[in-house]
Design a protein around this ligand. Structure first.
Ligand SMILES: Cc1ncc(COP(=O)(O)O)c(CNC2(C(=O)O)CC2)c1O
Length: 353
């Protein structure tokens, strides 16, 4: 009930669709006469908003931008890699809210494919009039590289906005390590429960990609609060699972406390599988590419090489190895990311890829 009292903006279409994935299900878990079937559905957060391809960040930003407006801020300041979906989403909600967006785009991924800094998310941010700052970390003694924490470069940009007479609203990487960062995905879990009643199903297992952690954390809080034993499995794509797990835990507990001081988040509710990040953030590996192809070639579900391709690989393996057992109803939460695909086209050139 507390959630309903916290201001948010109407950036979403309404509930994002839940769709069945029958051909992907059959490809992963062929029907056998004895075992009760596994079902797989997708919660399509990549189709959740009219703003620049939507995605999980827009779901979170409904609360942060309402807060920015409540504080009469004039500019959203945030950070991401060159192909960050988050900074594209910040720029999109800034455009929609009539605010300026200043985004620090750091070299988080040690690759340089053709047009990597001219296509995909960074192209969209420029098209929407974002003040896109690439490589300003060098001015301040070198970029800090990938990390899910707070960055010096964004502090400098906030000071610059103030010196020009503006009022900055700082949004951390992924809109995660922020007091309001987990609320969007608590909303999402409440939304899923409503859709389940209409569908007549209960998703006992929810799969979600986890990097800066507040998508995963919000779903955990929603699942613990409803008390129906639903399992939320995070698939790490940060390549730094210890840091991600710590941040997920902190955000989940802070968000729970914000909503209901009596809501305890047990350690057992924090599940992060670190087998699918392929060793480094932002670079697809063989399992990522194979999972992307399978999802695309069965139910035409398009995932990306940085995030959803890795959580899709995780779901497929968890089902194939039996960790997700017969009779499970699995919900794959698709958080977006497709705009970055074209920046990674060189990973799909060969016939096998
Ligand atoms: C498409 C997509 N899927 C999953 C995630 C992981 O979500 P969390 O950051 O909430 O853990 C991102 C994040 N992206 C970041 C970005 O800068 O884009 C925050 C890292 C994402 O964009």
């Amino acid at each position: 009930n507390t959630l309903r009292l916290i201001p948010k903006l109407p950036f979403l279409f309404g509930p994002s669709p839940i769709q069945a994935l029958p051909r992907l299900t059959r490809a992963i878990s062929p029907p056998t006469s004895c075992d009760p079937r596994i079902t797989i559905h997708a919660k399509r957060e990549d189709c959740n908003s009219p703003l620049a391809y939507g995605g999980n960040k827009v779901r979170k930003l409904v609360y942060l931008v309402a807060d920015a407006q409540a504080h009469a801020c004039t500019a959203l300041v945030s950070v991401g890699g060159i192909q960050s979906n988050h900074t594209r989403a910040v720029t999109a909600v800034a455009a929609a809210a009539g605010l300026q967006a200043v985004t620090v785009q750091e070299r988080w991924v040690p690759i340089d494919p053709p047009l990597y800094a001219q296509t995909g998310n960074i192209l969209l941010s420029r098209l929407m009039g974002g003040d896109v700052r690439v490589g300003i970390g060098e001015e301040g003694g070198g970029e800090e590289g990938f990390g899910i924490g707070h960055k010096e470069a964004t502090r400098r940009v906030c000071r610059e906005v103030e010196e020009k007479g503006g009022k900055p609203y700082y949004i951390p990487a992924g809109a995660s390590d922020h007091e309001l960062g987990g609320l969007g995905f608590v909303d999402c879990m409440v939304e899923i429960a409503g859709q389940e009643r209409e569908l007549g199903i209960f998703f006992d297992t929810v799969i979600v990609c986890s990097v800066t952690g507040s998508s995963h954390a919000g779903l955990i809080v929603g699942a613990v609060a409803e008390g129906r034993g639903r399992k939320v499995i995070g698939i790490d794509a940060s390549g730094k699972p210890e840091e991600t797990k710590e941040q997920v835990t902190r955000i989940a507990r802070n968000t729970a406390k914000l909503l209901d001081p009596d809501l305890e988040i047990p350690d057992s509710a924090i599940i992060l599988d670190d087998r699918f990040h392929e060793g480094v953030y932002g670079v697809p590996g063989p399992s990522t590419i194979k999972a992307m192809q399978l999802a695309a070639r069965t139910d035409a579900v398009i995932t990306d090489p940085v995030y959803e391709g890795k959580s899709m690989a995780g779901m497929i393996q968890l089902i194939r190895e039996g960790t997700i057992g017969p009779g499970s109803n699995v919900l794959y939460v698709h958080l977006g990311g497709q705009p970055a695909l074209n920046a990674y086209s060189s990973y799909f050139e060969t016939e096998s890829a």
